[in-house]
Design a protein around this ligand. Structure first.
Ligand code: 0WE
Length: 265
């Protein structure tokens, strides 16, 4: 029997079969969880519904995390269908393309800042507010996805870095508030992965190659790597872990002098 048997999980952020959220969904399904999914618009509905059906999930609903009424409606449906919920996965981030083009100093507008923080950080709080009442007495777990740009300046990541820093603080404050109710809140800081969100980011392929050269594991991480860690963190195996950011990056963030040195290797 899988270590998530009997658990019910809501996955927010699947866009394609290469999404990190889809890797998480597959790992959770493998470990016995029952899943619900959301899509952000009709174009994504066409992609998410077949993926959900392929693993026996029929609970698929619209959810734009910037609209409170849609979050209310999503959790109303979950309450109707399931009565409660054990796991919420938040795998959503967005900054306007212009904000990720050029330098932080020049690319960051008030509106770009607002949108990045609203979609990528506030949305976790908004989901937690609706999920918590449905998690009472069930060892609930919330999980979000972060990136190294939260704690280091990374060229081009720009205002998304600030939004991820906010998201990581969000994890700690939610963990403090929800711990007494038995609900854990954690994040995974994943290494770069070629997903739809990464498509079209100039130089992303090159970045993947350099990261793989430098990381101790000498490879890039996959949605499966992140999915397995996510399934663990949201399971009762991780009952003692909350407010944590777990790096799933092949060790990239742990090395210093992270450039080739003559005579090494
Ligand atoms: O968090 C991310 C990217 C999230 C993202 C991606 C886009 C592309 C399309 C947020 N907003 C948008 N807006 C769009 O219009 N990552 C961790 C992937 C990523 O993005 C980078 C990276 C890495 C890694 C951008 C610059 C440098 C590195």
């Amino acid at each position: 029997m899988g270590f998530l048997a009997g658990k019910r999980a809501f996955i927010v952020g699947v866009a394609t079969d290469r999404s990190i959220a889809w890797g998480i969904a597959q790992a959770m399904h493998r470990e016995g969880a029952e899943l619900a999914f959301s899509y952000v618009n009709d174009k994504m509905k066409e992609r998410v519904e077949p993926l959900a059906h392929s693993i026996g999930s029929s609970l698929v609903m619209p959810l734009d995390v910037t609209v409170d009424a849609q979050i209310d409606a999503a959790f109303e449906r979950i309450k109707d269908q399931w009565g409660g919920i054990d796991i919420v996965v938040h795998a959503v981030a967005f900054a306007p393309r212009e904000a990720l083009t050029g330098t932080f100093l020049e690319a960051t507008s008030r509106e770009g800042f607002r949108i990045a923080h609203d979609v990528s950080s506030y949305s976790l709080t908004a989901l937690a507010q609706r999920a918590a009442p449905l998690m009472s007495g069930r060892n609930g777990a919330l999980l979000t996805l972060s990136y190294l740009g939260a704690v280091r300046s990374i060229p081009g990541y720009n205002v998304m870095g600030l939004a991820k820093a906010s998201l990581e603080a969000n994890v700690r404050f939610l963990a403090a508030d929800l711990g007494p109710r038995g609900i854990r809140v954690n994040g995974i800081s994943a290494g770069p992965i070629k997903t739809l969100a990464a498509a079209g980011i100039p130089g992303f392929r090159k970045m993947l190659g350099r990261v793989a050269e430098i990381a101790p594991m000498r490879r890039n991480v996959t949605p499966e790597d992140v999915g397995n860690a996510a399934a663990f963190l949201c399971s009762d195996l991780a009952a003692g872990i909350t407010g944590e950011i777990l790096y799933v990056d092949g060790g990239f963030s742990t090395v210093g002098m992270n450039f080739p040195v003559e005579g090494e290797g």
